[in-house]
Ligand binder design. Structure first.
Ligand code: SF4
Length: 447
């Protein structure tokens, strides 16, 4: 018998979901959206078993801390979906799967620098988003970030709506903004306003309702709406619709900058705020892992921590709640599984899309080329991120890399500073690209 969540067909979209398996050159893609990037060891095992039974066992960690199964075999889609739903990986309603785009720190609740534990608010937001049909008209790409002030946080990935914890004399607050990121540097756009933490849930749904009411049919993302309704006008409309919200926009808020994040904490052993415990992190190589590795990660979490995995937006994983005395053992075990635990490793600075084996648009096998490039680059701490993209869509990098290698033909690339230029060199093979990048590992200044 079909699972009740499968009573209606999912709405058409090019974005994969759990209920909507999208065709690619290497088979179907099934994206499993994980609440706050978290899954239990039992769920991880269920995914690994399903990926082997219904696909080729290839998994991807995404830059939104989700997992996807690649290579789903034709005819196996229903069986795969049923297995995942049976493991409790579906949303509370069929229409709710697409709108589970809520980014938290992978260390939320555990990071010693936490100002606000975002987990209870995140759970309440996800429950409403999944259950109430009103929100199911949001684009599957519409995304919200809840930042609790953790040191381990991804702050460079733009969100339609972001909230960021703010220390306040009169109690904890969230600063918030639209279509961007929390301000970190002097020249960044300031927050739009702040709100008492207790009103954050009300604020999110008031803004989502305002967006759905005011956005035209083609305005699927907040940045589109801001072109016709600038952010100050959104704030005015919000005040008018929700006078009970204690919104504040003063000089202190405009001057506020979020404390710098420390993304390198995604690697290795990091103390938790709970005494005697640590979390141990690693990155997958180029976003890929296989069913065997996921099974082993589940077993590792049970043996050394709690039976849970936290996916990270750097396409990696954290093992939470490991006794501090066993942190080094956990790190060794992650390395033995083939995950990257050293931030200086060349592969740790490379991002690549699925490339020609998986995508019909790709002009090169970006992942194979990235591995060749990694073998030629020296290890370097704080080296800049390099993104290999098979075509100008650049879908593997949600935030800008310091360098982009854009495929122009098999194994040939244009080298760009940042995500879009200026162009630094044309028609490079991998050896030539490695020579230029090795000479200038941390800056896009004329390599
Ligand atoms: S960037 Fe282009 S080639 Fe790469 S996966 Fe996306 S669409 Fe395909």
């Amino acid at each position: 018998m079909k699972h009740p969540l499968r009573a209606a067909a999912p709405r058409p979209s090019a974005c994969p979901g759990l209920l909507r398996i999208v065709a690619a050159r290497d088979g179907g893609i099934c994206r499993i959206k994980l609440p706050g990037g978290r899954l239990t060891a039992r769920q991880a095992r269920a995914i690994a078993v399903a990926a082997e039974a219904c696909a080729g066992g290839v998994l991807e960690a995404t830059n939104r801390a989700n997992l996807q199964i690649r290579g789903v075999r034709a005819g196996c889609e229903d069986a795969l979906i049923e297995r995942l739903l049976a493991a409790g990986l579906g949303a509370a309603s069929a229409g709710g799967d697409d709108v589970r785009n809520l980014m938290l720190s992978p260390a939320a609740g555990h990071d010693p620098h936490t100002l606000l534990d975002t987990r209870p608010l995140a759970a309440a937001l996800l429950a409403r988003l999944e259950r109430e049909p009103r929100w199911h008209g949001l684009s599957p790409k519409f995304a919200v970030q809840l930042d609790g002030g953790e040191a381990l946080a991804m702050l460079d990935h733009p969100h339609d709506l972001w909230l960021s914890a703010l220390p306040g004399e009169d109690g904890p607050r969230y600063a918030f903004g639209l279509a961007g990121c929390p301000p970190q540097r002097a020249g960044d756009d300031p927050a739009l306003a702040s709100i008492p933490a207790a009103q954050a849930g009300e604020l999110v749904f008031a803004l989502l309702a305002l967006f759905l009411d005011r956005a035209g049919a083609e305005q699927t993302r907040m940045r589109h709406l801001l072109q016709s309704l600038p952010a100050p006008a959104v704030l005015d409309a919000l005040r008018e619709r929700q006078p009970a919200l204690a919104l504040r926009r003063d000089a202190a808020l405009l001057a506020w900058r979020r404390a710098p994040a420390e993304p390198q904490r995604r690697f290795g052993v990091q103390a938790q705020r709970e005494a005697g415990l640590c979390q141990v992190g690693a990155q997958t190589a180029l976003g890929r892992l296989d069913a065997r590795q996921l099974q082993a990660l589940a077993a590792l979490s049970e043996r050394l921590g709690t039976p849970r995995l936290h996916l990270t937006p750097w396409q990696g994983v954290l093992l939470p709640d490991v006794p501090a005395a066993r942190g080094a053992e956990a790190q060794r075990a992650l390395a033995e599984l083939g995950l990257l635990v050293d931030p200086a490793a060349p592969l740790a600075r490379l991002i690549a899309c699925s490339g020609s084996p998986g995508c019909a648009r790709a002009l090169a096998d970006t992942k194979a080329d990235a591995r060749r490039l990694a073998a030629l680059l020296p290890p370097a701490a704080d080296a800049a991120v390099i993104h290999l993209s098979g075509c100008p869509r650049r879908c593997a990098a949600a935030h800008g890399a310091a360098f982009t290698l854009l495929a122009t033909a098999p194994a040939r690339y244009q080298l760009l500073a940042g995500g879009h230029g200026p162009v630094l060199a044309e028609h490079l093979n991998i050896e030539q690209a490695a020579a230029r990048l090795a000479a200038h590992p941390s800056s896009p200044e004329s390599p």
